[in-house]
Design a protein. Structure first.
Length: 648
């Protein structure tokens, strides 16, 4: 019985195997060539459909980045490179159309080629005139537009050659059209269409252009886009052996595509990008269409009104300002100065990169670490209280220096503050008091507290430019003293420091900041070993900083008092000069150095029920410190937050 069943089973397997082999032979050997021709013919008649990139919006729905419909004037790659085989094919077409011998079609091709280049030059000059809002271009502007056009053609050739070299075989980009004058509006496109009727290798095709309605506002947060590189194609594209053309068409980047290169544009690239569609035509008629799927929108926690107003408060001085909501730790504003206009970024790129002194492309709020200075004295106070090495009544004497006969470890007030308890030490920002706190704590314990407040990690918004702060794990007593006043081997971004304030405002509940409601990382949460009574002591000291005579920021907050009671802390951090050899002569000339201190003012508001936390830093100040340079900006930020309802 068993042998009979096995024979039946084996017979069935043999029949199925033979049937499958027969079918495969028929598909691959007998009909394979015709199927392949049919597939290739379909691909030749397939048109890719562009996916519209998603928008970036602020918390109130104001559009920060969007794609607007436009048109691109494109040239066939083989026309750009003067491919001999392609030119002969065009000659044959022209000869058949005119009914003339092949040789007589060459002058016709040459005339159409010249018309093509004439149309391209006209489009390039028209675009330059529209961007400059000029009726007539100067000779220098014409020269610049034509140089830009030449550069665009060179970049297309280099990009395709790089892809060809990476792939190792002929690539579609060698048979494709590429945009040489992108971003034409309807009127310009219509004008160019009238000129390309008697051309060769040129086409005007629908496209879209990324627009930034608020220009320079939040430019570092939004980020910019750039053409894909060979490295991008290798990293992101699905190889042909792993998926068919239709899947690759939907997801793969093509030469000439643009990709998010910084900020939210990069962080949320997968969500924003969308998926390409395609249309198949047979005998000139549409046979099948798979529509493109637009990218998803990204909503930011940012308030662009607050962002713009704070940018104005900075008065053009290099630095940055951050405002966080305390409950949700949402970034309400994050200003970095200098700014740049995202709409003209490509045109201004060379100038922006060349400014190695002011570094306009640097997102200071998350990508530059600073010595936080005396803004860290509230954290040092919490550390001392939490470690049981300090009480509200602990009194130290300040004579202007820590050691009578030693030049170092001075207080900023050379005559000294006398006997101080903790709240007064915060109010008056006494260095000597906090030298002693750091000395008692030691480097290891102080470093642990800095890391609990996030200095050992990146801030956590997910922005690709983020850098972690610095907090040492070992060192001498002298280093421990410096750590307690925010100097020495400690550094943080302004977003780190703002979040320290927000954590104090929230009673010791740490949460990483949030900038994007879609596409960002999950927030990190942890409860710190901080008691409400210790937080109350620190807040009272910070309240006195801005509300009582003798407080380091009292003078500037009292000039134009905010409508809500608030807490603050100033800081003046010593840093080495920043230099840049801008002219490349091998030395630092006048105008190639920035020297001075970093001026800080941080705080929370309202005092009793904090809703916002803020941090302001003004770079390389010569006269005054944190109170006089950053204090007025911080005060006016509280005014703005109250105006927009964030202090309620």
């Amino acid at each position: 019985m068993y042998k009979r069943r096995m024979k039946v089973f084996m017979a069935l397997v043999a029949v199925v195997s033979v049937a499958m082999a027969t079918r495969l032979t028929d598909l691959q050997l007998v009909r394979g060539r015709s199927y392949r021709r049919e597939y290739e013919e379909m691909l030749r008649n397939t048109e890719r459909l562009l996916a519209l990139r998603g928008r970036i919006l602020d918390r109130n729905g104001f559009i920060l980045a969007m794609n607007e419909p436009c048109y691109d004037l494109c040239l066939d790659y083989r026309f750009i490179t003067r491919d001999a085989g392609w030119i002969k094919a065009r000659q044959r077409e022209m000869a058949r159309a005119r009914g003339v011998p092949f040789e007589q079609a060459r002058p016709l091709y040459d005339r159409r080629a010249e018309n093509t280049w004439s149309a391209v030059r006209t489009a390039a000059l028209e675009m330059r005139a529209r961007k400059l809002k000029a009726e007539r271009l100067s000779e220098e502007q014409v020269k610049g537009a034509l140089e830009d056009l030449k550069g665009a053609l060179i970049r297309i050739i280099r990009r395709v050659q790089r892809i060809r070299r990476d792939v190792g075989t002929e690539v579609r980009e060698q048979r494709d059209v590429h945009p040489v004058v992108p971003g034409l509006d309807e009127a310009a496109a219509a004008m160019i269409r009238t000129k390309i009727g008697d051309t060769v290798g040129a086409v005007v095709r629908p496209s879209s252009d990324r627009r930034y309605p608020y220009g320079a506002a939040a430019c570092h947060i939004i980020g910019f886009m750039a053409p894909v590189t060979g490295d991008d194609l290798r990293r992101h594209n699905i190889p042909s052996r792993e998926a068919n053309w239709f899947v690759r068409n939907e997801r793969n980047y093509l030469a000439g595509d643009r990709i998010g290169r910084s900020g939210v544009e990069k962080m949320c690239e997968r969500r924003l990008r969308g998926k390409r569609g395609f249309r198949v035509r047979q005998s000139g008629k549409e046979a099948h269409i798979t529509p493109a799927r637009p990218g998803g929108d990204v909503h930011l926690t940012l308030d662009v009104r607050l962002q713009k107003d704070i940018t104005g408060l900075m008065g053009g001085r290099n630095g940055c300002a951050v405002v966080l909501s305390v409950p949700g730790r949402e970034v309400l504003a994050m200003v970095s100065i200098p700014t740049y206009d995202l709409n003209s970024y490509r045109r201004d790129y060379g100038r922006l990169v060349a400014d190695g002194l002011n570094l306009p492309l640097l997102h200071r709020a998350v990508a530059r670490t600073y010595a936080p200075g005396s803004t860290m004295k509230p954290l040092a106070a919490l550390a001392g209280l939490g470690a049981g090495l300090l009480t509200e009544g602990t009194t130290y004497h300040c004579s202007g220096r820590l050691f009578a006969n030693v030049a170092g470890f001075r207080c900023w007030k050379t005559s000294g503050h006398g006997d101080l308890m903790l709240v007064e030490a915060i109010k008056r920002s006494c260095n000597v008091y906090f030298y002693k706190v750091g000395q008692d704590m030691g480097v290891e314990m102080m470093g642990d507290w800095y890391r609990m407040f996030g200095f050992g990690d990146k801030p956590g918004t997910g922005l690709p430019e983020e850098r972690p702060g610095k907090a040492p794990t070992s060192g001498t007593r002298g280093i421990a003293r410096m750590l307690a006043i925010g100097q020495g081997p400690v550094a943080a971004t302004p977003l780190h420091v703002a979040n320290v304030m927000a954590t104090i405002a929230a009673g010791g509940r740490f949460r990483s900041p949030v900038i994007a409601l879609e596409g960002g990382p999950k927030p990190v949460r942890r409860s710190l070993p901080v008691s409400s009574s210790h937080v109350d002591v620190v807040r009272r000291g910070m309240h006195k900083v801005v509300s009582e005579p003798g407080g380091t920021a009292y003078k500037y907050f009292n000039m134009n008092p905010p409508p809500v009671d608030c807490c603050g802390k100033t800081g003046t951090a010593e840093v080495p000069p920043h230099t840049a050899d801008l002219n490349g002569n091998g030395r630092i000339d006048p105008g190639e150095m920035l020297a001075g201190d970093m001026a800080w003012c941080v705080g929370i508001a309202p005092y009793r029920d904090p809703k916002i936390a803020f941090a302001v830093v003004v770079e390389y100040v010569i006269n005054g410190g944190g109170a006089s340079n950053a204090g007025p900006v911080a005060r006016d930020i509280v005014h703005l937050c109250a105006k927009y309802g964030y202090c309620r």
